[in-house]
Design a protein. Sequence first.
Length: 162
Amino acid sequence: PQPVLAVVGRPNVGKSTLVNRLLGRREAVVQDTPGVTRDRIAYDALWNGRRFTVVDTGGWEPDARGLQAAVAAQAELAMSTADAVLLVVDTTVGATSTDEAVARVLRRSDRPVLLAANKVDDERLVPEVAALWSLGLGEPHPVSALHGRYAGDLLDAILAAL
Ligand code: GDP
Ligand code: MG
């Protein structure tokens, strides 16, 4: 079976846009994996001749426990089911308390965790990326899911972790 990368983070940071970017266009095969709830959708990805599965999370409504608990629960699930986890944050906003709560959960992971600093659409945002070291997840990888900037570098880092 191919390795699985789970993509987590709070709503609107660009998880789904980034998943589409990681898949590329024509290689992407959308699959509704049996037994996986609707809020976790798995896709086949191919990079440098290596196949892996990308699981997009989200699409759920924050429940009575609140957004922070819901996102943390997704992160727990990702840690226990995926070979590596990609936390996506919005570089234009910076680390929020929800991002910090999820990072706290992910720091306990015994699987590799990568940090994507999304929405780095132009060079002016690069200095903001370094601030995300504060999440304690190692090097923040800049990327613009929207424009594709740095996507190849992020894919290289993902495959090195898987
Ligand atoms: P999700 O809720 O985390 O899955 O986020 P989405 O992928 O649905 O994206 C939320 C919003 O952020 C959408 O309006 C996207 O177009 C936007 N977005 C995603 N990635 C980028 C990016 O790299 N740059 C900018 N400027 N906007 C982005
Ligand atoms: Mg989404």
